[in-house]
Design a protein. Structure first.
Length: 303
C-alpha cells in the first residue's frame, strides 16, 4: 500500500491537470511556470551546494554534496516532455541522488521544444557529456540518469555516443522513461484511471512539439524502443506501477535484456510518474534513491 506521504505527488499532479483542463488555451510560458512547481514535492537535500556552469556551451547546474568525490559524475537530464522542466525544477532530486551515491551531479538545461525541436535536446546533452570528458572525467566515472523525457535522453545519449564511436558512460539510470513517440503502450490505456498527470492528449501534444516538422516518431534516437540496445552499459530502470508510461520501462528493459545488456527494472506498485521526486518526503522515494545509489556505486568505482 502506498504511504500517506506519497499522496503529495498525486495531489500536485491532480492540481496541475485541473488547472490545465480549466485553461485549455494555456500558453507555453504559463505551462512552463506550472511545471516549475515540480520541485515542491522534493525536500531540500542537506549538505548539497549548487553552482551554475556552462557545459560545452550548454547551461547546466552542478549539485555538489559535501564530502562527495568530484571525479564521479551523474549526468542528469530533466523531464518535462522536452518542452517544460529545467535545471531548477529538478535540482533537488538530482541533489538527493548525488548525495546518496557520493558523487557530483550535473543537471543539463538543454534547449526545449517547440522553439528547438529534435535533435537539439540530444545534441546539447551529448555536448555536456563530451565537456565532462574534456574536464578530465573518465567515461567509466559517469552515469547517465534522467526522468521521463530525460530518461529518454539518458538512453539516447548512449545510443548517439555508440554511433559516433565515443566511449560510453558506466551506467544508465532512466526513471519513468518516456520512449514511445508512437503512443502504442498498453498501459497508456490500462493505467489511465490511476495516473494523475500523464495522459494521451498531453503526450501527443508534447511529441508533436518535440519532433517538429522534420522529426520522425520511429527514429530510434527519438524513440529508443526502436533502437538496438546491444552494447549499451548496465542499466537500472525505475518506474511507478500506477503510471501510464510503465509499459515503456518494461518494454525497453525486455529489449535490452534480450540484447545481452545487464538490466534491472524496478517497478514500485501504486507509485506515480517519477515518484522519486518525493525524496526526503515519502519512504518509497527514499528507498528508490537508496536502491539506485547501491546499484550504481560499484559501477562508478565507489565502495
Amino acid at each position: 500500500m502506498a504511504s500517506a506521504e506519497s499522496t503529495y505527488l498525486t495531489d500536485l499532479y491532480a492540481d496541475w491537470s485541473a488547472r490545465m483542463a480549466a485553461d485549455p488555451e494555456m500558453g507555453l510560458p504559463a505551462l512552463r511556470d506550472l511545471f516549475e512547481e515540480w520541485h515542491l514535492a522534493t525536500v531540500e537535500p542537506e549538505g548539497v551546494t549548487y553552482a551554475e556552469v556552462t557545459a560545452g556551451g550548454v547551461p547546466a547546474l552542478w549539485c555538489r554534496p559535501v564530502d562527495a568525490v568530484a571525479d564521479r559524475v551523474l549526468l542528469y537530464t530533466h523531464g518535462g516532455g522536452f518542452v517544460v522542466g529545467s535545471r531548477h525544477s529538478h535540482r533537488k532530486l538530482a541533489g538527493h541522488l548525488a548525495r546518496a551515491i557520493g558523487c557530483h551531479a550535473l543537471v543539463v538545461d538543454y534547449r526545449r521544444a517547440p522553439e528547438h525541436p529534435f535533435p537539439a535536446q540530444l545534441d546539447d546533452c551529448v555536448s555536456a557529456y563530451r565537456w565532462l570528458l574534456a574536464e578530465g572525467i573518465a567515461p567509466g566515472h559517469i552515469a547517465s540518469c534522467g526522468d521521463s523525457a530525460g530518461g529518454n535522453l539518458a538512453i539516447s545519449v548512449a545510443l548517439r555516443l555508440r554511433a559516433d564511436g565515443d566511449q560510453l558512460p558506466a551506467a544508465l539510470v532512466p526513471m519513468s522513461p518516456w520512449l514511445d513517440m508512437e503512443h502504442k503502450g498498453e498501459t497508456l490505456d490500462t493505467n489511465a484511471g490511476f495516473d494523475a498527470l500523464v495522459q494521451r492528449p498531453i503526450l501527443t501534444a508534447m511529441s508533436t512539439m518535440f519532433l517538429g516538422p522534420d522529426g520522425s516518431a520511429v527514429d530510434p534516437l527519438a524513440n529508443p524502443l526502436l533502437a538496438d540496445p546491444a552494447g549499451l552499459p548496465p542499466m537500472f530502470i525505475n518506474a511507478g506501477g500506477a503510471e501510464t508510461l510503465l509499459d515503456n520501462a518494461v518494454r525497453f528493459g525486455e529489449s535490452a535484456r534480450r540484447a545481452g545488456v545487464d538490466v534491472t527494472v524496478d517497478v514500485v506498485p501504486g507509485m506515480q510518474h517519477v515518484f522519486p521526486f518525493l525524496a526526503g518526503r515519502a519512504p518509497e522515494a527514499d528507498r528508490a534513491v537508496a536502491d539506485i545509489a547501491r546499484w550504481v556505486r560499484p559501477l562508478l568505482g565507489l565502495t
